[in-house]
Design a binder for this molecule. Structure first.
Ligand SMILES: C[S@@+](CC[C@H](N)C(=O)[O-])C[C@H]1O[C@@H](n2cnc3c(N)ncnc32)[C@H](O)[C@@H]1O
Length: 289
């Protein structure tokens, strides 16, 4: 759901809303004044979005992320950390596959929604398949993201041997707007610990994700991962006192991720309930007439 009004591009569009440029001398490109019904509809949509987000925090939601993200309000996420399909028709030795790894149709709908839900001047860290780097970069740019950094994790083993021994993972650090760089930026070459891929064929090590979350978000922030797999981003976010919102399309991986989150100790998933309220902003006095 896009909760933003889209400005009309012509006077015909204004006329359609019962307001012509001649009525009010407004320029031809202007926001139409919403009708009371439209105001009510928008308020209801925002209320629903607020309810939706509350029920999804520190949980994993089963579904297609483009559709689920549409239910969230604009600019509700402080950081995106995600690991989408690599577009390589992945299959491991046990025959496990990754949904949408064989097509690019999901890319624009998912990344444009991610851009909308991310706050301005914030970061998105996105793993990607190096053989399709051009495709990823062009979709990210089309959606408004631009690269400001690049991470490489060095593995001690080869995950595939062909023209080279493939011994690294990689992710782009993307920006929306102009985020303030962190005080202590992490090195862009990092070590990698093998997870055993027990819960998911491409399970990411939590230890590789926590330095990124600590650098590019703050405690209590909301970290979104719409391609959550086994919920590694969620576990990493919760372990550094960030809230998380996770989405996974595959029913089997969703169940494994949900069970993984359910096994976490209560204090990890409910830490923010004890948060001390931040000092309220001072109320400005209206000078007496
Ligand atoms: C590379 S894996 C993520 C693995 C994860 N980082 C982990 O540590 O377990 C990508 C995941 O995205 C999921 N996926 C693919 N398309 C999706 C979509 N449109 N919406 C939600 N999830 C999707 C796949 O089922 C897969 O589990």
């Amino acid at each position: 759901m896009n909760t933003q009004n889209t400005p009309p591009t012509s006077s015909a569009a204004n006329a359609h809303d019962g307001q012509t440029a001649a009525d009010n001398n407004a320029p031809t490109v202007a926001f139409p004044r919403p009708t009371p019904a439209q105001v009510g509809e928008r308020a209801a949509a925002l209320d629903a979005a607020t309810l939706n987000i509350a029920s999804m925090v520190n949980q994993i939601t089963h579904g297609d992320c483009a559709k689920v993200l549409r239910q969230l309000p604009d600019a509700c996420a402080n950081m995106v950390l995600t690991d989408p399909p690599y577009l390589v028709r992945y299959k491991d030795r046990a025959g496990r596959t990754v949904a949408n790894d064989d097509n690019t149709r999901w890319m624009f709908p998912a990344f444009s929604e991610l851009y909308r839900v991310l706050k301005p001047d914030s970061y998105c860290v996105c793993f990607y398949g190096w053989s399709k780097a051009d495709r990823f970069l062009s979709v990210w740019r089309e959606c408004g993201f631009y690269p400001v950094g690049h991470f490489v994790w060095a593995k001690r083993y080869a995950s595939c041997v062909r023209h080279s021994r493939m011994m690294h993972e990689q992710a782009y650090l993307l920006a929306k707007g102009n985020p303030l760089p962190p005080k202590h930026p992490p090195a862009d070459v990092q070590p990698w610990k093998y997870t055993g891929n027990r819960l998911h064929p491409t399970q990411k090590p939590v230890d590789s994700l926590t330095p990124l979350i600590e650098a590019y978000s703050r405690p209590f922030d909301l970290v979104v991962d719409p391609f959550a797999g086994s919920a590694s981003t969620g576990v990493a976010a919760l372990s550094c006192r960030r809230r998380c919102l996770l989405i996974e399309k595959d029913a089997g991986y969703y169940q494994a991720a949900k069970a993984r989150l359910d096994r976490l100790p209560h204090h990890m998933t409910a830490f923010f309930l004890n948060r001390q309220p931040t000092k309220a902003a001072p109320v400005l006095q209206t000078p007496k007439a």
